[in-house]
Design a protein around this ligand. Structure first.
Ligand SMILES: [Zn+2]
Length: 457
């Protein structure tokens, strides 16, 4: 059976523990509270390590009376991290003490250490490594199970427990809050039990992020005003009062929720979403005009279709060759509406690139002139949206607070969903998102905090 590595196999005595110089094997193995007794290679690979608890006394967990009376020594297999590239089969031997207090209801108890808490079947360091693999490396749990020889439920419980150590959002100082939505799973169709009609359900989630650091503060179901309001109302008054700006997508539901709970806070609309509306408008115009001119959808031999991506690119960053190709499209009289729509889109981009209020007001005049010249339903609709969000656009220009970090958090969330092959349990999904985010934020804490928010006012 055991091929002992060293000559001494003695169990610890009071004097040997007090001397407290660990033998080299125990130092290398480094399991607190245990000393390595023997190690051997197993015939099918791997190693078996026997370690013995070095406590000679312990306090009863119920009455606290210290006992030195050993009732028996128990031998137990526990799982542990591999050492030197080999899997370990760890056998621990620990004393079961008799409680020294006659009046105590508990008769016996065993030693507990940080690495091997009460009833643990695997070491804390093994669990920590598994949690790290899931949350830091984005490894799916099923693969982590295989690597660390642990059960799915064990790892999932450890990951969820790690999420519970996340600081409450109220403890995180936040100056700028980002609110963003993302779809948590594919849209599903359900047959309504009463009306027998099929209804489409889109499982949306909304994330609350520190817009400066990208730290996810919370995740809630849905994207309605009520869901946002509920989360905000759960925050402490002090936390709400420190908020200066909230960055949102151009969503009326988000705006209403923030207005309701935080009437004094400024709302900044995310400029990328506004640019995207401009690009959508241009695409709609291109498709409509192509249908009108050719009586069919665009094909690759049509220059306006071939250059559809060029149209959406930033006009001021086009190469000369790119500009030349666009001019060729615009020279065609049939496509003058596309040219007008492109001009509107570029004026919108210039407007959002303004860095102070006078500049953005001038840029809006240019934008409105381009809209008037274009004189199309699509461009009028875009101008109406800009008018509706004008206050929030000005806040963006002045503060430059955007949802960029919220968006990158959402990319991280989608990555989590991909490695998890779609989550069916929403609680697991949320704990994974929060756990991953908080560890990322801890790693990049050194990011300097943006200062001078109102410098340009
Ligand atoms: Zn006791």
């Amino acid at each position: 059976m055991f091929q002992p590595t060293g000559p001494h196999l003695s169990l610890p005595t009071a004097s040997s523990v007090i001397d407290a110089v660990r033998d080299p094997t125990s130092v290398v193995f480094n399991l607190d509270g245990y000393q390595v007794l023997a190690a051997c290679d197993l015939p099918l690979g791997g190693r078996r390590v026997s370690a013995v608890a070095n406590s000679v006394e312990a306090a009863c967990p119920d009455c606290g009376v210290v006992s030195t009376r050993v009732h028996q020594r128990t031998r137990q297999k526990v799982k542990d991290l591999g050492v030197g590239g080999k899997d370990i089969e760890l056998v621990i031997i620990k004393p079961r003490f008799l409680c020294a207090e006659a009046a105590c209801a508990r008769r016996t108890f065993t030693q507990v250490t940080d690495q091997l808490p009460f009833r643990a079947r695997c070491t804390a360091r093994l669990k920590a490594a598994a949690v790290e693999a899931v949350l830091d490396e984005g490894m799916p749990i099923w693969r982590t199970c295989a690597r660390y020889q642990l059960g799915w439920a064990t790892i999932n419980t450890a990951v969820t427990a790690d999420a519970l150590t996340i600081p409450a959002p109220d403890m995180v100082p936040v100056r700028a809050l980002g609110i963003d939505e993302h779809r948590f799973a594919r849209a599903k169709w359900f047959k309504h039990p009463e009306t027998a009609q099929w209804c489409r359900v889109e499982p949306w989630m909304s994330t609350f992020v520190d817009a400066d650091t990208g730290h996810i503060l919370g995740v809630v179901d849905g994207r309605s005003s009520a869901n946002i309001t509920r989360w905000l109302k759960q925050r402490s008054q002090a936390w709400l009062e420190q908020l200066q700006v909230v960055a949102i997508d151009p969503s009326s539901a988000f705006r209403n929720a923030v207005r309701q709970v935080l009437p004094a806070v400024e709302i900044s609309v995310d400029h990328w979403h506004v640019v995207r509306l401009g690009n959508q408008m241009l695409t709609e115009v291109r498709q409509r005009v192509t249908r009108e001119v050719l009586g069919r959808r665009g094909r690759k031999e049509d220059s306006v279709w071939a250059h559809r991506m060029l149209l959406l690119r930033a006009g001021d960053r086009l190469t000369d060759a790119g500009l030349h190709r666009l001019e060729q499209v615009f020279d065609d009289e049939d496509y003058e509406q596309v040219a007008a729509a492109w001009a509107v889109k570029e004026r919108l981009r210039a407007l959002l690139a303004a860095r102070d209020i006078p500049a953005v007001q001038n840029a809006r005049i240019d934008f409105e002139m381009a809209v008037a010249a274009a004189d199309m339903a699509e461009t009028d609709k875009l101008a109406a949206t800009v008018a509706k969000w004008w206050t929030e656009i000005k806040v963006f220009v002045r503060t430059q607070v955007t949802n960029a970090r919220t968006e990158s958090a959402n990319t991280g969330i989608k990555q989590i969903k991909r490695t998890g092959r779609g989550f069916r349990n929403q609680k697991n999904y949320q704990s994974r998102i929060l756990g991953t985010s908080v560890r990322q934020t801890r790693r990049r804490r050194r990011i300097p905090h943006q200062q001078g928010l109102h410098a340009q006012r």
